[in-house]
Write a protein that binds this ligand. Sequence first.
Ligand code: BGC
Length: 418
Amino acid sequence: MMKLKQLAKATALVAVLAGAGAAHAGEVEVLHWWTSGGEAKAASALKAQLQKQGHTWKDFAVAGGGGDSAMTVLKSRVVSGNAPAAAQIKGPSLQEWAAEGVLTNIDSVAAAGKWDEVIPPVVANIMKYKGHYIAAPVNVHRVNWLWINPEALKKANAKVPTTWDEFFTTAEALKKAGIIPVAHGGQNWQDFTTFEAVAIGLGGVDFYKKALVQLDAATLQGPEMEKVLTTFKRIKDYTDKNAPGRDWNLATAMVIKGEAGMQLMGDWAKGEFMAAGKTPGKDFLCTAAPGSAKAYTFNIDSFAMFKLKNTANEKAQQDLATAIMSPEFQELFNLNKGSIPVRTGMKMDKFDDCAKQSAADFAADAKAGTLVPSIAHGMAVPAAAEGAMKDVVSQFWNSDKMTAKEAQSRLVAAAKTK
Ligand code: BGC
């Protein structure tokens, strides 16, 4: 009799627990633009983390490197009152979205996870609006990299360039050897990424900050910028005719296959090399973009959390934020993504030499004051100015007529876009 009673009690308890579990299981719709090979692998690590906690992942992937298409789709969804739970939003745009009143405060998650202790202050500031966390950071990407196929270099009897002069010598040698010197694609953000690499490598950190972070008109119009634009345009001669319209990961594939010798791209490109089973130092080389070894243009991916109406989904959203900052996720995700963990104090032993270099340089450049936000990847200036400047740079790249001086005047005007 006693036993039966106990059994009934236990069964009731199990039922209650199961019920509680079901009530807590929610759905998280996540907007992102991680659709290339390496990116998709990294995104599935995030999905797995969430599913482990019993929640459902609703994938809202909008293809298009750099995220311009994703941002357009996000705007229309939010305007129609149908925001996803989480969206990949970066840099100053986080502040713009928060000011609209559509993001939710995740301070309780941040306090429980001691985020203030494990997120570098330069990053934490970007994740907070008026002192409250509204987004969770996933990684640190370095943008000023040059990716090289060593076999191609060998064939061309060329060396790894460390200055822009050397870059053009190597490019010329590759061309003579019948190899496309520079793998490039066709979206304006790819042009802007290349432009940014020249700006930091040729102009240096102070110039970069003045021109592309503070948007100082005199610097944008000055002789240094003219040199940067002219050098940037010279690179075009070393790209192939099929570059227009090409996605960045297909450009990376050209370097992987040895059809092209080099690519200027952030370290999400490494995710492609890794997904193709390639080994850094052997099958491909990573080196700082010419002239920029002592600087670091950073690009931090983060997920902004939107206000939701359903409590189960809110719980799932908080669990996603918690998962993002967990050491386990930070390691797995970044091994696939090509970036490094944003969380400090992480062991780097499973990471390759490119990531180790990135981590060491991030720390050194933070100390030296040579860590600068990437303008091409939404970290430096408000989205409106960035978009307008990006367009000018692409028009200059694509035009046979526009002079560097003319592009400079247009950049000054574009920088004022609100
Ligand atoms: C993002 C990366 C992404 C890349 C290409 C960048 O702006 O920060 O996460 O891999 O665009 O899509």
